[in-house]
Design a protein around this ligand. Structure first.
Ligand code: ADP
Ligand code: ZN
Ligand code: ZN
Length: 801
């Protein structure tokens, strides 16, 4: 008897371990670790992952696996172990880790079919399948032939396959094949009537193409026969019909212009040489490719991948979700064509699933995708590239709270291959590691076109106010916008905010409308004329009078993209504007359409949020305006200066990438802040030095590691007392070197009616930390889940709120 160890889909501490199930005899030859199964758990049937197969169990009375959901494992040994590693590193449940590693479609319901494998003439099979190669399970059940079919499955003449229901239906196409041998076909030929010319033609064709399958269209065209002849052959059992899967190809409508490797510059050659030598030697090493936008990093990626592919190996390229633009994808498809699979959230669940399976079937050599593509089921990885490595979207903000960079390094060590982190503004952690020689630093100091970086002017908006300009556009920015429109050149206006984030303020008493469930102000959405909470989803109408003082002088403040657009229309009525924000890009493909329009010159100004900061490379853009540089600086986050510097540098890089000279105007209320000033000069080195001094003084990364423990409950007293106990427990178990801050109220003290307290641990080397936190979860969680208390642990947090 075989026993399978299964991780079940119940994300809880008590079930975060394997459960033993017996394997029914029919699955004995098939079952393998890494397959999904359906198992009974209590009264329910749930999904699980087979971790291991063994012959004995210490438990008695085991239940049976109900169904096998895969015929080949979805995880190989490496990925099974990787899942355990991720769960351990991030203190998550194993089941959460495994789910994060699979496309969403794999969690949905499935449909069973029985497929004929043995195509030789066979009286029983012919009768059961009636010239089809597949039967839906239900149909077989209704016909009462399930029992007979099962015998055929056992005999190896048929197999059971699973199709996902509704959410991600595979697209199929009918194909026609003959599985008869030449002698049989000759027999048929001799038996045909003399005037059956169409059928004769078809037979001759099939005799020349045994076992090849054709679509109806191809078969009629190539053999020069008719539909009727083909149908007759199906009836006679000469042709068999099969449903073949067609991948939905989201890029099908596009022609890719194939590109050839460019001959590398001296700097690029110097940068790529150590990478190539690690590829040759099959050795792990992490590189930091540090180079401004336009310095030729992508070409270095492409040529490194090319070497990997030539060696018969595979590559993963991670790109932040928002810069995973069609332009970026085109560059990889242009070089590697059909070998590229793309995984990102812009695809439908079904499309994503198709791309994933293309990878699993070894049909893709290069996987380009956002964060979760790091788990792509490649077996022979030769390089992992993370572009814009400083992007915080590489950290997942829910269980499992993993960072793609850490997973990349883990996988690269397994596969013994290089990791290349690319950025113009590396994260402080990464640059510090490169300085220490932990990572190998490679630098591209020049822009490809030898163009100077765009000239940047920083405008002090307080001065503008003083000189009587109350508009959101400084005189300088306004003049330059006008100038570009006259010259028929294009501009980008960047708003460092999401949506229409303005708040409602009473001008008499200063009251700001707050969310009743969270300690945060409500955001005014002009489109729906509503006030919304971005943390809990609460929404309400706009009051006519102030809830505090009943004054009618209540109005919204702040600047959203919609408001900027209206203002622009007022002051520059001749400007043609394309606005890109969550509202205008929520529909599938909208993002791409808007960009195409802008590229075709259908607008003078592209106005938008974060999503326009990256990846755009249009020759006609000569002006970039940043409306408010400092909105992030006031956030209670030790990375706010770093994020501001990165964003401003990135945005500035959008201008003048081609022949035309570029200019950048940054509007700010804090022009003296080093992150604004140094971004204006695109001076990473000084920014790094300055920021490192502050990080050291504050005991922040990269000098210290951080772990954030957040406790929440509806009852404030419970939260405080739990957080106190937790903090004491941690303190008692760590060394004196660790800095423990807390218990303290979280920066957002209440979300969704739950109070939030936190304990921040700063440390250099605490071997006991992980076991302490695990003990803490075990000890407290059991006790507190009953009372509704939640404890969340974020190792290396990026979201400090
Ligand atoms: P990055 O990724 O650093 O922004 P890219 O690789 O996109 O830089 O290069 C910027 C531009 O320079 C692109 O248009 C690219 O085609 C071009 N380029 C890159 N390398 C070379 C080269 N060796 N010779 C000529 N043009 C190059
Ligand atoms: Zn008021
Ligand atoms: Zn709220």
């Amino acid at each position: 008897m075989l026993i399978a160890e299964v991780i079940v889909d119940v994300p809880a501490l008590g079930t975060d371990k394997v459960f033993d199930y017996t394997v029914p005899e029919k699955w004995l030859p098939i079952i393998e670790p890494g397959m999904r199964v359906a198992v009974p758990f209590g009264p329910r049937l749930i999904q699980g992952f087979v971790m291991n197969i063994k012959t004995e169990s210490t438990f008695e009375k085991l239940r049976e696996i109900k169904e096998l959901l895969d015929l080949t494992p979805v995880f190989n040994k490496e990925l099974l172990e990787l899942g355990e590693w991720v769960a351990d590193e991030t203190l998550s449940f194993k089941i959460s880790a495994y789910h994060a590693m699979l496309p969403a479609a794999m969690k949905s319901k499935y449909e069973k079919h029985i497929r004929r494998i043995n195509m030789d003439p066979h009286p029983v099979l012919d009768r059961l399948f009636e010239n089809q190669t597949e039967l839906p399970w239900q149909e077989a059940e209704q016909k009462g032939i399930l029992h007979t079919l099962r015998d055929e499955v056992k005999a190896g003449n048929a197999e059971v396959i699973y199709y996902l229901k509704d959410r991600a239906k595979k697209k199929t196409i009918k194909r026609y094949t003959t599985h008869l041998n030449q002698d049989k076909l000759k027999d048929y030929q001799n038996g045909l009537r003399a005037n059956a010319t169409a059928q004769k033609k078809l037979l001759l064709f099939l005799m020349k193409h045994p076992n090849e399958s054709f679509t109806m269209q191809h078969l009629t065209e190539l053999s020069g026969t008719s539909h009727t002849a083909i149908q007759a052959f199906i009836k006679k059992g000469i042709l068999q019909v099969s449903q073949d899967e067609v991948y939905r190809n989201p890029f099908a409508h596009k022609e890719f212009e194939r590109t050839l490797p460019l001959s590398l510059t001296q700097e690029q050659t110097k940068a790529i040489t150590p990478i190539l030598s690690k590829i040759e030697a099959n050795e792990y090493k992490t590189f930091l490719l540090f180079g401004v936008t336009g310095s030729g990093k992508t070409e270095v990626y492409l040529q490194s991948i090319q070497r990997v592919v030539e060696k018969g190996k595979e590559a993963i390229v991670l790109v932040p979700e928002i810069s995973l633009t069609p332009q970026m994808v085109d560059r990889f498809k242009g070089r590697f064509g059909e070998d590229v699979a793309v995984l990102h959230s812009g695809l439908s669940i079904g499309e994503k699933y198709d791309e994933w399976r293309k990878v699993q079937r070894r049909e893709a050599k290069v996987v380009v995708g956002a964060r979760s593509a790091i788990f792509a089921p490649l077996e022979n990885i030769g390089i992992i590239i993370i572009d814009e490595e400083h992007e915080t979207s590489y950290k997942q903000e829910e269980q499992p709270r993993y960072h793609a960079r850490d997973v990349a390094i883990q996988r690269a060590k397994h596969h013994q291959c290089p990791v290349v982190l690319g950025s113009a503004t590396p994260s402080l952690e990464t640059f510090a590691r490169a300085q220490k020689g932990v990572y190998h630093l490679l630098t591209l100091s020049k822009r490809m076109n030898e163009k100077a970086l765009p000239s940047v002017s920083i405008v002090d908006m307080r001065e503008e106010m003083r000189s009587g300009n109350r508009s959101m556009f400084s005189t300088e920015l306004f003049d330059k916008l006008k100038d570009r429109i006259e010259k028929r050149e294009q501009s980008i206006l960047f708003l460092n905010r999401r949506g229409h984030s303005s708040f409602l303020l009473c001008r008499d008493c200063g009251y700001v409308m707050q969310c009743p469930h969270c300690d945060i102000s409500l955001t005014y959405h002009r489109f729906s004329n509503e006030l919304k909470c971005h943390y809990c989803g609460f929404s309400t109408g706009v009051p006519k009078t102030c809830p505090e003082c009943a004054s009618q002088h209540i109005r919204y403040f702040g600047t959203g993209t919609q408001k900027v657009e209206e203002e622009l229309h007022k002051v520059l009525p001749e400007a043609r504007i394309i606005r890109m924000d969550v509202d205008t890009t929520s529909r599938k493909g909208a993002h791409e359409k808007l960009l195409d329009q802008f590229k075709l010159g259908k607008a003078d100004i592209l106005l938008g949020t974060q999503m326009i900061a990256k990846g755009l490379d249009f020759p006609n853009i000569t002006l970039v305006g940043v409306l408010s540089a400092d909105t992030m600086l006031n956030l209670p986050d030790f990375r706010s200066a770093e994020k501001t510097f990165q964003l401003l540098t990135q945005v500035s890089g959008r201008a003048g990438r081609h022949e035309l000279m570029g200019e950048v105007v940054i509007q700010t209320y804090t022009p003296e802040h080093y992150s604004v000033e140094l971004a204006g000069r695109q001076d990473y080195d000084h920014f790094y030095q300055q920021e490192m001094i502050l990080r050291k003084a504050g005991s922040y990364p990269p000098f210290y590691y951080l772990t954030l423990v957040t406790v929440s409950h509806e009852d404030l007293m419970k939260v405080i007392s739990a957080c106190e106990k937790i903090t004491k427990f941690i303190q008692a178990n760590l060394s004196d070197q660790a800095v423990i801050l807390g218990p303290a109220s979280s920066p957002i003290p209440r979300i969704n009616d739950r109070y939030r307290y936190q304990c921040l641990i700063k440390y250099k080397h605490e071997p006991k930390l992980k076991s302490t936190l695990k003990k803490l979860l075990e000890h407290y969680q059991k006790q507190y889940t009953k009372e509704g208390l939640t404890i969340s642990i974020d190792v290396n947090p990026y979201n400090m709120m």
